[in-house]
Design a protein around this ligand. Structure first.
Ligand SMILES: [Zn+2]
Ligand SMILES: [Zn+2]
Length: 111
């Protein structure tokens, strides 16, 4: 799925890759909706500040249901992907490179 065009069903935005997808109004809105869940779906503790939204799969990208996504602490997200927490950018979620690697199914734990 390298450089696959993604169409956002609700906003009509069309982007050339997952990296651009993460900048769309559609994704921003969806993240905020998912945030309302309140608790991390990995550890069960409340989300206080930073959070990540993880795709369980990419079959519905652009038209995801909230059940296609997981609300996670950034650290819990790292654990789920098998990434060492210390290597993550502090408080910033995934770097664009690792986000893109995730989109195309590459694990980046071996940096
Ligand atoms: Zn957590
Ligand atoms: Zn993820």
């Amino acid at each position: 799925m390298k450089y696959r065009v993604i169409v956002c069903a609700d906003t009509g935005e069309i982007v050339p890759s997952y990296e651009f997808y993460l900048q769309t109004e559609h994704w921003r809105h969806l993240r905020n909706v998912k945030r309302l869940l309140g608790n991390c779906e990995h550890c069960g503790h409340p989300i206080i500040h930073e959070f990540d939204v993880h795709h369980l799969h990419y079959k519905t990208i652009g038209a995801e249901a909230v059940t296609d996504l997981m609300l996670l602490h950034p650290a819990c997200h790292s654990i789920m992907h098998g990434l060492p927490i210390a290597r993550r950018t502090r408080g910033a979620g995934f770097t664009p490179v690792s986000v893109f690697a995730e989109a195309i199914g590459i694990r980046v734990g071996a940096w």
